[in-house]
Design a protein around this ligand. Structure first.
Ligand code: DGL
Length: 271
């Protein structure tokens, strides 16, 4: 048993969809979450800048003596994860790419898998490479959806909202026409759009939530190491690098429950 916390980070609030999944299957764990709200979005940045940001995010979370770290950001997972893992070899660290690719490979029947993600994630080719390594017969059709993150961060994610509905149709209708039967939501902001995406893609397309896939791998990793916590219930502590009050309001909606404590501010440039 290991009662130390799990660290989780994302560029903003999107990674909270992964936290929601982690809490539902690992309710005893303490979680420390960092949302880099002063530098969101990550998805339009270069690999060099992303690595610098991600190193600071990891350094901050490591000040808490964490037992594992979840990179709940598709963009950092696709561009910087191997470097971060090599630099923190003593810490179990997982991203969202491999878990969601494994799930997609096991779910697809017609071997046509779609990917929607940020521009940086799509540009990296990481999902295509990972899927090719798992099953060389699968075709991957990718689509960058750069407007999704700012819309979600601004609370425009509800079905019926004309702005998000219009943007989603423009991105997704061409993807539906390619005949995919599985779609990876390769950015942790996108599960907030599940209803809208499912409606456009139709019932024949299975959506893969990358945070949920990562949560299952995290449970396995901790269990293999004998590091699961056993206590009544764990806590969630939230940090943001800008406007913690706004982040707190959005976080409650993402987590679908009131927050246990106020979001704390961190000056991430100090790390
Ligand atoms: N939620 C993140 C991801 O999974 C980051 C999106 C962004 O900041 O552009 O890619």
């Amino acid at each position: 048993m290991d009662l130390r916390p799990i660290g989780v980070f994302d560029s903003g609030s999107g990674g909270l969809t992964a936290v929601r999944e982690i809490r539902s299957i690992l309710p005893s764990e303490n979680i420390i979450y960092f949302g880099d709200t002063s530098r969101v979005p990550y998805g339009s940045r270069s690999a060099e800048i992303l690595l610098r940001y991600a190193r600071q995010d990891v350094r901050f979370l490591r000040t808490f003596d964490i037992k594992a770290l979840v990179v709940a950001c598709g963009t950092v997972s696709t561009t910087a994860l191997p470097r971060l893992q090599a630099e923190n070899a003593d810490l179990p660290m997982l991203g969202v790419v491999e878990p969601s690719c494994r799930r997609a490979v096991s779910v697809t029947r017609n071997k046509r898998v779609g990917l929607i993600a940020t521009a940086a994630s799509v540009r990296s080719g990481a999902y295509e490479r990972t899927i090719a390594g798992l099953d060389g017969d699968i075709t991957v059709v990718s689509k960058a959806c750069p407007l999704f993150v700012p819309l979600v961060e601004n609370g425009r994610f509800r079905p019926g909202d004309p702005v998000i509905e219009t943007v989603a149709r423009e991105y997704l209708e061409p993807l539906r026409a390619t005949g995919i039967d599985t779609l990876i939501l390769g950015c942790t902001h996108y599960p907030l759009l599940t209803e809208i995406i499912a409606d456009i893609m139709g019932p024949g397309v299975t959506l893969i939530d990358s945070g949920a896939a990562a949560a299952r791998v995290l449970r396995q990793t901790l269990s293999d190491r004998g590091a699961l916590a056993q206590r009544d219930h764990g806590t969630l502590t939230l940090y943001a690098s800008d406007q913690p009050e706004d982040f707190g309001a959005l976080a409650g909606q993402f987590l679908r429950r009131p927050l246990e404590s106020a979001v704390q501010h961190v000056d991430i440039e100090r790390y």
